[in-house]
Design a protein around this ligand. Structure first.
Ligand code: SAM
Length: 226
């Protein structure tokens, strides 16, 4: 998978993609994330990419031209499955959406900034708009990182244990069961006996029951299905 992120602040994302699972994915040749500074496509001598909103009002707006030039250049180099704009009014990101998108091979993600982006970008250049939740952040960088991480960790081979992503919350419509590690007793706090029994079937049954119970308590809506 290749993800190209267009942003006004690439430095915000550099350390995130140069560490941990995302670094491993890159080293294994399973995923590449390319960060692009939108200012590189500005035609302004001060490399401006924002301007005042027509009609007035607070907040600057990301201009259509640098975004158009950036997307056109990338699209001339390869075929992209989606050109995604991270936006609070987009489709809400959830695990089924992440599963579907992780099967794609090439994505462009536009991180907005300021008051938002010129609407013509959304009308003519974007194929999909995704929100990471009903709240507003100052820029699309964190949302772009959230989406990229959610997709890349699902690519077979990225996680050391391939089954790990499949046993995470939401994959089967349930929250994940509790997990424990050594020591088995700390400060009088015990790890459930069943997990130390070595009995695979009993452990699987306990985990399933815990998942259902936790989902019922914390997110009962999930049990009603989509
Ligand atoms: N004026 C916009 C509105 O009310 O919908 C909010 C703009 S926000 C300050 C700046 C940028 O942050 C957006 O263009 C978008 O790329 C990003 N952003 C903020 N919150 C987001 C969210 N919940 N999901 C995805 N992107 C978000």
């Amino acid at each position: 998978m290749r993800i190209d992120i267009l942003t006004a602040l690439p430095s915000l994302l550099e350390s995130y993609f140069n560490d941990s699972i995302l670094l491993r994915a890159r080293k294994k040749g399973l995923a590449e994330v390319h960060l692009h500074d939108l200012r590189d496509w500005s035609t302004d001598r001060h490399r401006r990419i924002d301007d005042y909103a027509f009609g007035g009002g607070a907040g600057m707006v990301l201009m259509v031209e640098p975004v158009h030039r950036a997307i056109a250049q990338l699209r001339a180099e390869r075929r992209y499955d989606e050109v995604i704009y991270m936006s609070p009014d987009g489709e809400l990101l959830d695990q089924p959406m992440a599963n579907r998108l992780s099967a794609h091979s090439d994505l462009i993600i536009l991180a907005g900034h300021y008051k938002g982006v010129d609407e013509r970008i959304r009308e003519h250049l974007i194929t999909r708009e995704i929100s990471i939740g009903d709240y507003v952040l100052s820029g699309g960088e964190l949302p772009a990182a959230v989406l990229s991480d959610a997709l890349i960790r699902l690519i077979p081979g990225v996680l050391n244990d391939e089954t790990s992503a499949l046993s995470d919350s939401f994959q089967d419509g349930l929250l994940a069961p509790p997990v424990y590690t050594r020591p088995s007793e700390y400060n009088g706090w015990q790890v459930p006996e069943v997990l130390q029994s070595g009995h695979a079937a009993r452990i699987a049954e306990w985990r399933q029951q815990q998942s259902i119970e936790r989902t019922r308590r914390r997110r009962p809506g999930l049990l009603e299905g989509p």
